[in-house]
Write a protein that binds this ligand. Structure first.
Ligand SMILES: *[C@@H]1O[C@H](CO)[C@@H](O)[C@H](O)[C@H]1NC(C)=O
Ligand SMILES: *[C@@H]1O[C@H](CO)[C@@H](O)[C@H](O)[C@H]1NC(C)=O
Ligand SMILES: *[C@@H]1O[C@H](CO)[C@@H](O)[C@H](O)[C@H]1NC(C)=O
Length: 352
């Protein structure tokens, strides 16, 4: 024997190393141990066996779904939606696929290798992406108006992370509140975003679950129009201007009317004067002829003056005119007084 006693401790160490190594308790690897996939997609698991093996058995949620032989492949044919095959270029590795996963397949996925290998269990999480939509409460608002957008997500699993963007910029989470409710196995949520409208804005609501590569989004375009002027001020301004204009018009109207009446009056007086001059002339002619005009009654003898008759007649006339034209009332009074004084003056002039 050449083996010395000295070699024993090293053998002992090797044994200790082998016994202590994790590979000893787990003779194959399963990857991934935690798989999160979107409903409707495929879930892939891979087992790598480090030692010679023959038969492998896959179970989903404790139901045996597939048996795989290294020599013969899948035996017998598996239920629809399950598949397994050897990895390319090696017999040490098997890929197990669940096609078109459904959310009720979430749970343990177990691989057992026959022989002294034991089993390894991974976890499958199936997520569901539902719908996202912003309720179009308004798309046109006035500037500085407080706006509120409601984003509704329906039929998600788990409840999605909802975020908002305005013109492509992420909105601070202080500006919105999201509440989620369970609806059967799925979740619905409502997120409320509030802000003050400043200018045209694209508002986007995004929902995401981890297995979703891209966020799912809904967006609306908010048109912000300038605030209309304060109508009360405008109305006040218009009314006061209108009132002022009306007053000016009234004054102009009165002045115009008065002018017209004065002109008329002057014409009338001219006519009156002409007639009187003629009658005076006829009186003079009659007297020079020496004939007594019996039809003539001198003004003085009757005790009244022709001007009285004329004046009263004129006044009556004026009164009627005044009644038919209310606006002229003021001028009438003013002119009647004027006219009385005038006529008396003229009377004096003609009689003397
Ligand atoms: C597995 O993934 C799910 C969802 O992604 C996560 O909630 C869970 O913590 C993970 N578990 C482990 C053990 O990593
Ligand atoms: C969110 O909810 C909290 C508590 O109910 C409230 O104080 C806050 O104003 C809300 N924020 C928004 C943006 O609605
Ligand atoms: C806002 O959008 C409307 C409609 O597209 C457009 O007519 C308007 O000019 C925009 N306003 C501004 C300030 O860009």
């Amino acid at each position: 024997m050449t083996m010395s006693w000295k070699s024993w401790p090293s053998l002992f160490h090797v044994c200790l190393l082998l016994c202590a190594t994790p590979a000893f308790s787990q003779k194959f690897d399963l990857e991934p141990m935690n798989s999160t996939v979107l409903q409707g997609t495929d879930a892939h698991f891979k087992t790598t066996v480090h030692k010679p093996w023959d038969i492998m058995i896959w179970s989903v949620k404790d139901n045996l779904v597939l048996t795989f032989s290294k020599m013969n492949g899948i035996i017998p044919p598996p239920p629809e939606g399950f598949h397994a095959h050897l990895c390319p270029n090696t017999t040490d590795c098997v890929e197990f696929i669940i096609y078109n996963v459904h959310r009720n397949q979430s749970g343990p996925v177990t691989c057992a290798v026959q022989g002294d290998f034991g089993e390894v269990t991974a976890e499958l999480h199936v997520q569901v992406n539902g719908t996202v939509s912003i309720m179009r409460e308004y798309t046109t608002v006035e500037q500085d108006q407080q706006v509120e957008f409601h984003c509704v997500t329906t039929g998600w699993l788990p409840s999605p992370t909802v975020s908002w963007r305005r013109n492509g910029l992420v909105v601070n989470s202080n500006n919105y509140n999201t509440t989620s409710v369970e609806d059967g196995e799925l979740f619905n949520s409502t997120s409320v975003l509030k802000f003050q409208a400043v200018s045209n804005t694209t508002v986007e609501c995004q929902a995401k679950v981890s297995s979703l590569l891209h966020t799912q989004a809904s967006s609306v375009f908010l048109v912000v129009v300038p605030r209309p002027p304060d109508w009360t001020v405008l109305i006040a301004v218009v009314t006061s201007f209108g009132g002022f204009a009306l007053l000016v018009l009234l004054i102009i109207g009165i002045i115009f009317c008065c002018k017209r009446r004065k002109e008329k009056q002057t014409n009338y007086q001219d006519e009156l004067r002409r007639v009187r001059t003629q009658s005076q002339l006829s009186v003079v002619t009659a007297q020079t002829d020496g004939k007594v005009n019996r039809g003539y009654l001198p003004d003085i003898q009757t005790g009244g003056t022709p001007s009285d008759h004329t004046n009263s007649g004129y006044l009556n006339n004026k009164k009627q005119n005044g009644n038919s034209n209310q606006a002229g009332n003021i001028c009438n009074k003013a002119f009647n007084t004027l006219e009385d004084a005038d006529l008396r003056k003229h009377r004096h002039a003609t009689i003397v």
